[in-house]
Ligand binder design. Structure first.
Ligand code: ADP
Ligand code: VHF
Length: 379
């Protein structure tokens, strides 16, 4: 782990930041919308605007607030009840944000996204344009997942991931995840009173997997999804900070470089725009099992995936779908957009590039690669 002071210094240069706030904070631990806390975060965000920093909010809390309004004490497990709670809660949530921004004469806008909006390249670019249009006009986007219509198949599932995808989409320099703990500890502090705060780490440090546990009764995912979100944000070069939303003036203090919370830093160079979109896609339609030579070519040389290096295929994918490449032990190696439908791909498995045309009667003659390197991201 590297010098903390220098790393925190970089936070002072942040120009665009995504701030994600968890359900327990927003709803006063499930008692109902915490208007005072929302008011205080709004004051802090408006302060950023005055310093030329562009904030984007990802706000959870729709289900938690809907439960309060409907008088439900247990979080429902049935999809239609979750959808109903989210619809009831979302309107109150966004109204509260809006009323606080309007105290400052600042406009806010509700933006509800589903997985689908981010998985087609065209819709991804469309979402980016809409958000840029808002931020260029000085409007603060208040983003949540569109839980009222999201089904299990199209759900992103948690707003930590959504925050990272928005950071990635908008080229943000930092992602701040505000929660009910002061940061990521070396064990869940709810279970272990001796747990110690981790102040800085590389997002990809594998040792963190063992310490990041699940969430509380209102939140979705706990620290495990926050860690994954930090890793996703790191692929576009963004730093992530996990910190307590209850700490006074937490947002500006973090962006002044104060040592609060846990800073998770990117190690590698940011990916190019198209690869960022690929890495952000959550729903893989199939699996491609690679032989050892193909794993080496992909990992060491950044090569395209050729049919000759593939041992087996799983899933019903179509041309252009996202698939996951694994080694023969099942370890995840890469994600990419495949150039063939499953039935075509079956016919060229293990076939050298020169003979592909013969195997598929020249129907798809223009692709020699199963996945081109421009459409492939190591994971
Ligand atoms: N290593 C850890 N450090 C800190 N908190 C942890 C850790 N592992 C699990 N947690 C739990 O994660 C919870 C925060 O996640 P979550 O409940 O999903 O909140 P949010 O609604 O803010 O996203 C904490 O309340 C804590 O119990
Ligand atoms: N979209 C959901 C929040 C899902 C979620 O990730 O919640 P949390 O872990 O509290 O950030 C809602 O608004 O209820």
């Amino acid at each position: 782990m590297t010098s903390p002071r220098k790393e925190r210094q970089a936070l002072r240069d942040v120009k665009r930041v995504v701030v994600k706030i968890g359900s327990s904070l927003l709803t006063n631990d499930g008692r109902g919308l915490d208007g005072r806390a929302i008011g205080s975060w709004v004051d802090q965000l408006v302060g950023l605007l005055a310093r030329g920093i562009e904030p984007i909010v990802v706000s959870s809390g729709a289900v938690a607030e809907g439960m309060v309004r409907l008088g439900w004490h247990e979080r429902p497990t049935e999809l239609h009840e979750l959808q109903a709670a989210a619809s009831v809660g979302q309107s109150g949530l966004v109204q509260c944000w809006e009323s606080h921004f309007s105290r400052h004469g600042i406009r806010s806008a509700q933006v509800l996204l589903t997985h689908d909006d981010l998985s087609s390249r065209r819709r991804y670019l469309n979402a980016r344009n809409s958000l840029h249009t808002l931020t260029d006009m000085g409007v603060i986007p208040i983003i949540n997942e569109n839980d009222a219509i999201s089904t299990k198949e199209i759900k992103l599932g948690d707003n930590d991931t959504l925050g990272a995808l928005v950071a990635n989409l908008m080229d943000a320099d930092a992602l701040i995840l505000l929660t009910d703990q002061t940061g990521l500890y070396d064990a869940d502090p709810r279970k272990n009173p001796h747990a110690k705060l981790i102040e800085e780490a590389l997002a990809d440090d594998e040792r963190l997997d063992a310490v990041a546990g699940g969430g509380g009764k209102l939140g979705t995912g706990g620290m495990a999804t926050k860690l994954n979100a930090a890793r996703l944000a790191a692929r576009s070069g963004a730093m992530t900070i996990i910190a307590s939303g209850r700490e006074k003036d937490i947002i500006p203090r973090l962006l002044e470089g104060e040592r609060l919370g846990t800073l998770l830093k990117p190690a590698d160079e940011p990916l190019k725009a198209r690869k960022r979109w690929i890495v952000g896609q959550m729903q893989s339609r199939g699996t491609v099992v690679l032989d050892d030579g193909a794993v080496r070519h992909l990992c060491d040389n950044g090569a395209s995936l050729l049919p000759v290096g593939v041992k087996a295929l799983r899933g019903r994918f179509r041309k252009g779908d996202l698939v996951t490449c694994v080694d023969q032990q099942g370890r995840r190696i890469a994600k990419g957009l495949i150039n063939f439908d499953r039935n075509e791909a079956e016919r060229i498995l293990g076939v050298s590039t020169d003979h592909i045309k013969e195997c598929i009667n020249g129907e798809v003659a223009h692709h020699g690669e199963l996945i081109h390197r421009d459409d492939l991201v190591l994971i």
